[in-house]
Design a protein around this ligand. Structure first.
Ligand code: AHR
Length: 501
């Protein structure tokens, strides 16, 4: 039997949770939009063509903000193509995914969909093929009240009231050579600064995020952030981070060591931002938007990235998630919470079909992938203040991240509801762990609810035939003590504990 200990003190907080931490991402890529969220003619579709089976699952998942329209797609996108009468919209070649874009779904449909789902929109401006000029016009179209060319166009398109989009991304992964009109840090830094400036002149209430590195292994990581921040520090509110977790050793322990890599990535990005602040003697602290993150390693072949013949909505990067992927996603959510003093927004990439939390069949069913479950539990329950989580556990050695703890945890204090919510991952493969959670400065606990995601088959997936093969199960493997709780964690389990006091 393994033992571990967590100490929580009601006075030792990391930060209030910014609810934008539980965002998702919808890109014009494969079947995320078409036959994902939007499928006119589907038995559950409404007059807008929105699939209600998907909308119901999205409401259950509980995301708070949704990034759109890309992704790599963004860097070739003309936002004007996607507004106005649908039959007059141009059909375009999308060079990011070698697909045909019909533009039957665009900004106004997206905003309508966000309202139906109860989610805040996050829009991106194209800084690949386009310039600050189209970016400021896009803000004018969406947010200006009226009496100008683009705001009046919005009204003629049926939307007199502004969309009031508050969060804007300044391009996408502009450091990546795969990007349409990839830029150097100098080129991007300059254009991002000017775009942010004119966008905020149109609507000073918006917040904007500059592109950081596409992932931590980029050769330019660090240098890119530094130069982009030097250019944009005064104008932008966020530096964006992206990362997809892989399983190169085909070994669950190595896979789950990516949790430390995510944590390091965040801390490294914070260090670069703060170094730029220090050089400027600036008290400003740049916040981070981790606006693409997920597990992605199975659907990575050339065939997964594009199909011949410029198809409409082909099956691209449709990752089929298993139990160990759910553990990894649960671990990543713990990292986001524990860094909530600097990470104020994040987007699980993506929402449907394309590395998606939800999977659909055209004309058919929709179901929850395994990764849906940890996301839902965190998005629904992380309200309040993240507490500092002191973990003492046995360690193990990894190639990926060196020596790491068997236990990873975060805790959120919801004072309004008199609850402490814990999310705990056990990376112990063989034994159960007896976890003692000491609560300091809290009234005595009265009750506990506990759920776990675990199982003997790490490769188990959810399918149309068995949509609930992997899902959380209630446990009673805990005992309440006066100022602590002892929980027994199964090997390789992700656990949700809700303590009421
Ligand atoms: O989410 C899939 C793709 O991954 C996005 O289009 C891009 O930004 C990233 O490389």
């Amino acid at each position: 039997m393994n033992k571990a200990r967590i100490i929580l003190d009601s006075d030792f907080a990391v930060s209030e949770v910014d609810r934008r931490l539980f965002g998702v991402f919808v890109e014009h890529l494969g079947r995320c939009v078409y036959t994902g969220i939007f499928e006119p003619g589907h038995p559950t579709a409404d007059k807008n063509g929105f699939r209600h089976d998907v909308l119901d699952l999205v409401r259950e998942l509980g995301p708070t903000i949704v990034r759109y329209p890309g992704g790599n797609f963004l860097s070739g996108y003309n936002w004007e193509d996607g507004v106005g009468p649908v039959d007059e919209r141009p059909v375009r070649l999308d060079l990011a995914w070698l697909s045909t874009e019909t533009n039957r779904f665009g900004t106004n449909e997206f905003i309508e969909w966000c309202r139906a789902a109860g989610i805040e929109p996050m829009l991106g401006v194209n800084l690949g093929t386009r310039s600050p000029d189209e970016a400021r016009e896009y803000v004018e179209y969406c947010n200006h009240p009226g009496g100008s060319h683009w705001s009046d166009r919005r009204a003629t398109h049926g939307y007199r009231e502004p969309h009031a989009v508050k969060f804007w991304c300044l391009g996408n992964e502009m450091d990546g050579p795969w990007q349409i009109c990839h830029k150097t840090a100098t080129e991007y830094g300059r254009v991002a600064k000017e775009a942010a400036k004119v966008m905020k002149w149109v609507d000073p209430s918006i917040q904007v995020a500059a592109c950081g590195s596409s992932h931590r292994a980029m050769p330019t990581f660090g240098a890119w952030e530094q130069e982009v921040m030097e250019h944009t520090f005064e104008e932008v509110d966020f530096l964006s981070l992206h990362m997809y977790y892989q399983n190169p050793y085909n070994d669950v322990r190595e896979f789950l060591a990516n949790i430390e890599i995510m944590d390091r990535f965040i801390n490294e990005a914070v260090s670069v931002c703060d170094a730029v602040a220090a050089k400027r003697r600036s008290p400003k602290r740049m916040m981070l938007s981790f606006d693409e993150w997920n597990v992605w390693y199975k659907a990575r072949t050339d065939e997964d990235h594009s199909k011949p013949g410029w198809p409409v909505a082909p099956r691209l990067i449709e990752e089929n998630y298993d139990l160990q992927d759910a553990l990894m996603v649960g671990g990543a959510l713990i990292v986001l919470l524990n860094n909530s003093d600097r990470v104020k927004a994040a987007c699980l990439a993506q929402l449907v079909n394309v590395i998606g939390a939800i999977f659909t069949e055209p004309g058919g069913a929709a179901w929850r992938q395994t990764i849906f479950h940890p996301f839902k539990l965190v998005a629904q329950n992380a309200h309040g203040t993240v507490l500092q989580t002191k973990v003492q556990s046995t360690q193990f050695e990894t190639k990926t991240a060196g020596p790491i703890d068997n236990i990873v945890a975060s805790a959120v204090h919801n004072a309004n509801q008199r609850k402490v919510i814990l999310f705990v991952l056990s990376r112990e493969t063989a034994d159960s762990v007896d976890l003692s959670i000491e609560l300091r400065g809290f009234p005595q606990s009265k009750a506990c609810e506990s759920l776990e995601i675990a199982g003997s088959d790490l490769l188990l997936t959810n399918t149309a035939q068995r949509p609930d093969a992997v899902q959380p199960r209630e446990t009673e493997n805990f005992s309440l003590q006066p100022n602590s709780i002892i929980a027994k964690l199964r090997p390789l389990s992700w656990n949700f504990l809700s303590l009421s006091y």
